[in-house]
Design a protein around this ligand. Structure first.
Ligand SMILES: *[C@@H]1O[C@H](CO)[C@@H](O)[C@H](O)[C@H]1NC(C)=O
Ligand SMILES: *[C@@H]1O[C@H](CO)[C@@H](O)[C@H](O)[C@H]1NC(C)=O
Ligand SMILES: *[C@@H]1O[C@H](CO)[C@@H](O)[C@H](O)[C@H]1NC(C)=O
Ligand SMILES: *[C@@H]1O[C@H](CO)[C@@H](O)[C@H](O)[C@H]1NC(C)=O
Ligand SMILES: *[C@@H]1O[C@H](CO)[C@@H](O)[C@H](O)[C@H]1NC(C)=O
Ligand SMILES: *[C@@H]1O[C@H](CO)[C@@H](O)[C@H](O)[C@H]1NC(C)=O
Ligand SMILES: *[C@@H]1O[C@H](CO)[C@@H](O)[C@H](O)[C@H]1NC(C)=O
Ligand SMILES: *[C@@H]1O[C@H](CO)[C@@H](O)[C@H](O)[C@H]1NC(C)=O
Ligand SMILES: *[C@@H]1O[C@H](CO)[C@@H](O)[C@H](O)[C@H]1NC(C)=O
Ligand SMILES: *[C@@H]1O[C@H](CO)[C@@H](O)[C@H](O)[C@H]1NC(C)=O
Length: 471
C-alpha cells in the first residue's frame, strides 16, 4: 500500500510538468481542455477576484480576444459537457453587447474594428448553434444577425470595388485598410446565419464578400489568404503576409458548402479544398505554426491567439463537410497538396485529422511551463515550453484539444432540443440526418506587417495585428 502511494505521488509529481493527452481517451482530452480553461479563467481574473468588467480580459488583451475566448468556452461546454463555467460565460457574452445588442459597446469605440465586432458575433453564433442556454431578452442568433446588419451597411463600394474596411470609425487608424479577417469573418457570419435561419439574404452576402476577396487577390487561386490592402492605392497592391486567422474564410466556406448541399452546387466545396491546401504553409511536419512571426520570435499578443482560428476552421472542414472527395477514404499517408486541384480523392479528411492530432500532442508538450507546470507556450513545433505564456497560447491549445473530441450536431432555427448531441463517428460520408434536416450542418465525427522601415509604419491596434500603412 505504501509503495503504491509513493509510486502514485512520484508519478503525479512527474505528470504535473506537462499537460498529458491521450487522443484515444476522451476523458484525457477533456482533462487537458479543462487545464487550459483554468488558465484562461485565471488570466480573466477568476481565481483572485480581479474580474473588473464581465467579458473583458485585462491588459494587454484587446477586447476582441474576449470574443474569441468566450466562443472557445461555449465550445468547451458543448464538446465536453462540463457546464461549470456556463454562468460566467453567459454573463460575459451578454455584458458586452452594447445598448443596441450589436456588440458595439461604447467603451470600445476607440479601437473597435469590424473584425473585433464580428469575433463576438461568431461567439454568439456558436452559442446559438450548440443550444447554449439563451438569455431572456434576446436570442444568440439575433445578436449575430444585428452585427451582420450593421456590417453589410458598411460595405464600401467606393474604393477597391467593395469590401469591408478594417475599422468602423474614420478616426481610427486602419480605416483606410481593407483586411481579410474583417471580410472573412463577414463571410463566415453570413454563411452560419443562412444555415441557421434559412435566410438566403445572408448567404448572398457570403457569396458577395468571398467573390470580392478573390477578385482582389486576398484569397489567391492557390488558397493563400493575404492580410489586406489599402484604400489609399485603391487596393492595387496587397500586403502579402499570411496569418492563421485568415482561416476564417475556410470556416465560412465550410458552412456555406452545407448550403450548397441543398442545391448540389460545388462552388463552396471546391473553395474548401483550395483553402485547406492553402493552409499548408502553416504546418511543419503536421504541427501548426504561425509562419509570419513564430520563426522570428516576434508574434504580438493578438497573433499568439490566431492558431485557435485555424484549428477551428480545420476541424470544421473535417467535421462539417459532406463532400465524398474529402470524407470517403481514410488514407493518412497522403499529404495535402499545395494546391487544391491535386488533392487525392478522400485524403483531405485524414490529412486534416493527422494535423489536428499531431498538433494536439505537440501543444500538450508545449503546455509544461509556469509554476504549475501546465502553462502553455506558443511554439508547438518546439515540443516543449518555449517560455511564453498568455491568453492566446491557452486558447490555441484549448481549441486543438477540443478538435480531437467527437463533434456535435449543430442546431438551427427549427431545432427544439436544448443541448447538443453527439453525431455519428466519422466513417459516414454524410452525418446523421444530413439530408433530412434542411439547413443544419452535416457532421462527420472523428475520434503586420512589416516593422516600421522606410516608408512603412508599423501599427498594432485591435485585432488587426500590425499593419503596414503606406505613408
Ligand atoms: C483515460 O484518461 C483518464 C484521465 O486522464 C484516466 O484516468 C483513465 O485511466 C484513462 N483511461 C484509459 C483507458 O486509459
Ligand atoms: C490575478 O491572477 C492573474 C493570473 O494569475 C494575474 O495575471 C493577475 O495579475 C492577478 N491579479 C491580481 C489583481 O492579483
Ligand atoms: C464601460 O466602462 C465602465 C467604467 O469602467 C464600466 O462600469 C462598464 O461596465 C463598462 N461597460 C462595458 C460594456 O464594458
Ligand atoms: C478601384 O478598384 C476597383 C476594383 O479593382 C475598380 O473597379 C475601380 O475602377 C478602381 N477605381 C479607380 C478610381 O481606379
Ligand atoms: C433576412 O436577412 C436580411 C439581412 O440581414 C434581413 O434584412 C431580413 O429581414 C431577413 N429576413 C427575414 C425573413 O428574417
Ligand atoms: C495512400 O496514399 C498513398 C499516396 O497517394 C498511396 O501510395 C497508398 O497506396 C495509399 N494507401 C491506401 C491504403 O490507400
Ligand atoms: C497542382 O499541383 C499538381 C501536382 O503537383 C499539378 O499537376 C497541377 O498543375 C497544379 N495546379 C495548379 C493550378 O497549380
Ligand atoms: C465507427 O463506426 C464504424 C462503423 O460502425 C465502426 O466500425 C468503428 O469501430 C467506429 N469507430 C469508433 C472510433 O467508434
Ligand atoms: C433524424 O431524423 C429522424 C426523423 O426525422 C429523427 O427521428 C431523429 O431523431 C433524427 N436524429 C437526429 C440525430 O437528429
Ligand atoms: C425550418 O422548417 C421549415 C418548414 O419545414 C423549412 O421551410 C425551413 O427551411 C426550415 N429552416 C431551416 C433553417 O432549416
Amino acid at each position: 500500500m505504501q509503495n503504491f502511494l509513493l509510486a502514485t505521488i512520484a508519478l503525479s509529481a512527474h505528470h504535473a510538468w506537462a499537460v498529458e493527452i491521450d487522443l484515444s481517451n476522451v476523458t484525457s482530452i477533456n482533462a487537458a481542455a479543462k487545464t487550459a480553461v483554468e488558465h484562461v479563467l485565471a488570466i480573466y481574473g477568476v481565481g483572485n477576484q480581479s474580474v473588473s468588467i464581465p467579458g473583458i480580459f485585462p491588459d494587454p488583451y484587446y477586447w476582441w480576444e474576449g470574443g474569441l475566448a468566450w466562443d472557445s468556452m461555449v465550445r468547451y461546454w458543448a464538446l465536453t459537457g462540463d457546464d461549470t463555467y456556463n454562468d460566467l460565460v453567459h454573463e460575459a457574452l451578454l455584458w458586452q453587447t452594447g445598448d443596441d445588442f450589436d456588440y458595439m459597446p461604447p467603451n470600445q469605440t476607440k479601437t473597435l474594428g469590424n473584425d473585433d465586432q464580428s469575433t463576438w458575433a461568431l461567439a454568439a453564433m456558436t452559442a446559438a448553434e450548440y443550444g447554449f442556454p439563451s438569455p431572456p431578452d434576446v436570442t444568440w442568433v439575433q445578436l449575430a444577425q444585428n452585427v451582420f446588419d450593421t456590417q453589410i451597411a458598411r460595405w464600401d463600394a467606393e474604393t477597391c470595388g467593395g469590401g469591408l474596411r478594417w475599422q468602423i470609425f474614420t478616426f481610427n487608424t486602419g480605416y483606410n485598410y481593407k483586411n481579410s479577417i474583417s471580410n472573412g469573418n463577414l463571410v463566415q457570419l453570413a454563411a452560419r446565419l443562412a444555415l441557421y435561419t434559412g435566410n438566403m439574404t445572408n448567404s448572398d452576402w457570403a457569396q458577395k464578400a468571398v467573390e470580392w476577396s478573390q477578385d482582389l487577390g486576398l484569397i489567391s487561386e492557390q488558397g493563400q489568404v493575404f492580410d489586406g490592402s489599402s484604400t489609399n492605392t485603391n487596393c492595387s497592391t496587397l500586403n502579402h503576409l499570411q496569418w492563421t486567422s485568415g482561416a476564417t474564410y475556410l470556416s465560412g466556406a465550410v458552412y456555406a458548402a452545407n448550403l450548397d448541399r441543398l442545391t448540389s452546387a460545388d462552388t463552396w466545396q471546391s473553395l474548401v479544398r483550395t483553402l485547406v491546401a492553402g493552409s499548408d504553409v502553416f504546418t511543419s511536419n503536421d504541427i501548426l505554426y504561425e509562419v509570419s512571426c513564430e520563426p522570428s520570435h516576434n508574434c504580438n499578443v493578438d497573433q499568439l491567439a490566431f492558431k485557435a482560428i485555424l484549428v477551428r476552421a480545420l476541424a470544421n472542414a473535417r467535421d462539417l463537410t459532406f463532400d465524398h472527395q474529402i470524407t470517403a477514404s481514410h488514407n493518412e499517408s497522403t499529404p495535402i497538396s499545395t494546391n487544391g486541384s491535386a488533392v487525392a480523392s478522400g485524403s483531405l479528411h485524414d490529412s486534416i485529422n493527422a494535423i489536428l492530432r499531431t498538433s494536439a500532442r505537440a501543444a500538450a508538450a508545449s503546455c509544461s511551463g509556469g509554476a504549475d507546470g501546465t502553462t502553455c507556450g506558443s511554439m508547438w513545433t518546439d515540443a516543449t515550453w518555449d517560455g511564453s505564456n498568455g491568453l492566446g497560447q491557452e486558447l490555441s491549445a484549448l481549441e486543438v484539444f477540443l478538435a480531437n473530441l467527437p463533434a456535435k450536431v449543430l442546431m438551427n432555427a427549427n431545432s427544439t432540443t436544448g443541448s447538443p448531441t453527439t453525431s455519428g463517428n466519422g466513417t459516414a460520408t454524410t452525418g446523421e440526418n444530413g439530408s433530412s434536416t434542411s439547413g443544419s450542418a452535416v457532421i462527420n465525427t472523428n475520434d503586420a506587417v512589416v516593422n516600421g522601415k522606410g516608408s512603412t509604419l508599423a501599427l498594432v491596434c485591435g485585432l488587426g495585428m500590425a499593419v503596414a500603412l503606406l505613408l
